[in-house]
Design a protein around this ligand. Structure first.
Ligand code: UD1
Length: 407
């Protein structure tokens, strides 16, 4: 389904349940390449990025099977060295996890053009720094080669992807490794839990992560709920002036909630659920993205429509400073803005329907939220990009009373 058609202007009401987290499940899937045995993951979202990851894993001989809705069994008993399909790798940012996983497992990693959202350049220097710490050397023909050994990684900046790769290498290295300045996102901590269940010893302190590597076996785990998806539906409720409850883990949200509370939003945080009650005008907002526990960069674009239908707001992007290409799509709906990377001001805007193409995953869902708030029929093309990260987006929105279809 390539086009989402939204007849907007209706407040959304109801309850949805957050799926398993995209950003948490992808590291777990690639971690199975380190193991010898069967892993079972519960709460796996049926999203495009999971499908592509499973195709890549199958190239390495890891066999996956959906054994119940949302329950994925991966048998990594016969994992072998392989070269995955280049078009799969180039459509998925998480394919960078192959760098650490294949170097750790085979002593060799072929660098490839990695994909994902093209909102800015995505360097891999921190991933390579981690490889060097674990004995890997970059060859002239674009491979990391070496003999895996315990490493001391001193990251100069926080990177989720490079931390994941460092954890992969440390978990298979015989001996003690240390990762200084690791990312501590909930999805990184869920990988730490999986590696522990699979046999590695990982201690997390304020200084970093101390890892004792082991031969890893399979493990069973439930994927944590998706805080980005949950936040998106709460924003849908507020932006349309309705009332939306999301069933999710509420412990991972702090900076996002703070931003909304400061605008005067009525958020009711309960046991395992949050309700966003819209309908009253909110004050000028302000968000500044940062590594966890800061405001998540992935919730920046979906928050902008809320700013636009209220008193406006300032957006400052410290993780991906050029993540603003989607604003030109939102301007088609009447969203007014000014500024330059990495900071833009969003002005109070009178919205109208529009026909746009999703610029990237989170920018695409921001266009859907804007369309939901704009009275009349809008079309968002290129919805495949949105389905990379949102399972059943249109059916969940319909369950909240939205008039949304796909063709
Ligand atoms: C980022 C988010 C993560 C989210 C994911 C999916 C952060 C810190 N990371 O992770 O929470 O789940 O997107 O959308 O919020 N960088 C380098 N060199 C490198 C690697 C990264 O300079 O080798 C820079 C990036 O350009 C960026 C920053 O480090 O400015 C953080 O990037 P990183 O955390 O690696 O990105 P993702 O792993 O994609």
């Amino acid at each position: 389904m390539e086009t989402v058609i939204v007849r907007g202007g209706k407040p959304l009401y109801g309850t949805v349940t957050a799926d398993g987290s995209k950003n948490a499940v992808l590291p777990l899937l690639f971690a199975t390449l380190l193991t010898d045995g069967v892993s079972v993951f519960r709460g796996v979202p049926k999203i495009g990025d999971v499908e592509v990851s499973l195709r890549i894993l199958s190239a390495f001989g890891a066999e996956s099977e959906w054994i119940a809705p949302g329950v994925l069994r991966i048998d990594a008993s016969n994992v072998r060295e392989a070269l995955p399909n280049a078009s799969d790798v180039s459509s998925l940012r998480a394919a960078t996890y192959l760098i650490g996983a294949t170097y750790a497992r085979f002593g060799r990693a072929k660098l490839m053009p990695y994909g994902g959202c093209a909102f800015c350049s995505r360097p891999i220097d921190l991933h390579l720094l981690a490889c060097r710490a674990f004995g890997g050397r970059l060859t002239d023909d674009g491979e990391i080669r070496g003999v895996l050994r315990p490493g001391y990684v001193n990251f100069p900046a926080v990177s989720v992807g490079a931390t994941v790769n460092a954890l992969f290498m440390a978990a298979l290295s015989p001996g003690e490794s240390f990762i200084r300045r690791p990312a501590r996102e909930p999805h990184v901590m869920s990988l730490v839990r999986y590696l522990r269940l699979a046999g590695a010893t990982v201690s997390v302190t304020s200084e970093g992560m101390l890892v004792r590597g082991e031969k890893l076996h399979g493990a069973e785990m439930t994927v944590i709920p998706d805080m980005i998806e949950a936040g998106t539906y709460l924003l849908a409720g507020l932006t349309t002036g309705g009332k939306v409850t999301v069933k999710t883990d509420v412990s991972h949200f702090s900076a996002f909630f703070t931003t909304l509370f400061r605008m005067g939003a009525d958020l009711r945080i309960g046991e395992g659920e949050v309700t966003a009650v819209g309908g009253k005008p909110l004050s000028f907002g302000s968000l500044k993205t940062a590594p966890y526990p800061g405001f998540p960069t992935d919730l920046h674009p979906p928050t902008v429509p809320l700013f636009a239908v209220n008193a406006g707001g300032d957006v400052s992007e410290t993780v991906f400073p050029s993540r603003f290409g989607y604003l030109s799509a939102l301007s088609e709906f009447g969203v007014r803005y000014a500024g330059e990377e990495p900071s833009f001001r969003i002005y109070p805007s009178k919205l109208h329907p529009a026909e746009v193409t999703a610029p990237d995953l989170r920018g695409g869902v921001a266009a859907v939220l804007t369309a939901l708030a704009a009275e009349g029929e809008s079309r968002i093309h290129g919805a495949t990009l949105i389905h990379r990260g949102y399972a059943g987006l249109t059916s969940k929105l319909r369950s909240l009373g939205a008039d949304v279809t796909e063709e």
